[in-house]
Design a protein around this ligand. Structure first.
Ligand code: URA
Length: 223
């Protein structure tokens, strides 16, 4: 019998915290056109997510010498790769790096190529990554819409080794995108971290209520 393991999915707004304020602001069309604030909120949410993810890492003991003696301390043992999907993942990337000081970096470029009938395919363009073998990958993209770019990004990363575990970090996911991830990731060694899970996805692949186009809000319109 083929048993599919469901990944652990954590939706951070299921518990009250200040992260809900940041989520409200990135959704709010009266506020989110301030791109500096939009980027900063994505970054701050990634910092909170980094703290939550850090509770799942492996730690090692270290004796730290203070001016007055020695303190038995615990420091993160895992080697971390922060991998972001361009361009919307960049503010989250900064947030994760603010907490994981020695993390290595990977970047994946993917875009939606729309057909005349409004359907679209995800086109992969570029990957820059170190060896990810046995490391912890944090794969960041703020919007998990269809889930196709996240799965494609993960599969391309595998050209650089097999990670120990992958944390998929998004701000808002659609139910359809989450289901796609659960059914199409070629591994069960991953967890999903979200700020919110929304019900709908439009035919053009936008999350409803969502927030609009995260890449445009962070970095301006594209042609
Ligand atoms: N990408 C976005 O930026 N927004 C969506 O709603 C879906 C994908």
């Amino acid at each position: 019998m083929n048993i599919t393991m469901k990944p652990k999915v954590t939706i951070l707004t299921n518990q009250n915290s200040v992260l809900s304020n940041f989520l409200a602001e990135i959704r709010d069309m009266d506020k989110h056109t301030d791109s500096l604030r939009f980027r900063y909120n994505l970054q701050r949410m990634a910092e909170i997510m980094a703290y939550e993810i850090s509770k799942n890492l492996e730690y090692t003991q270290k004796n730290i010498v203070t001016p007055l003696g020695e303190a038995l301390s615990y420091v993160v043992k895992d080697k971390i790769i922060v991998a972001s999907i361009l361009r919307a993942g960049l503010p989250m990337h900064t947030g994760f790096l603010n907490y994981f000081d020695t993390a290595e970096n990977a970047f994946i470029s993917a875009f939606r190529k729309y057909n005349k009938d409004n359907t679209f395919e995800i086109k992969f363009e570029y990957l820059s990554a170190p060896d990810i073998t046995d490391k912890i990958v944090i794969l960041a993209d703020p919007m998990l819409a269809t889930g196709a770019s996240m799965v494609m990004a993960y599969k391309n990363l595998l050209e650089h080794g097999t990670p120990k575990f992958t944390h998929i970090a998004s701000r808002i996911a659609s139910k359809e995108g989450l289901e796609y991830l659960e059914n199409n990731m070629p591994t069960d060694k991953f967890a999903v971290w979200l700020a919110a899970l929304d019900d709908e996805l439009t035919a053009k692949g936008y999350i409803v209520p969502g927030l609009g186009d995260a890449g445009d809000l962070a970095f301006g319109n594209k042609i």
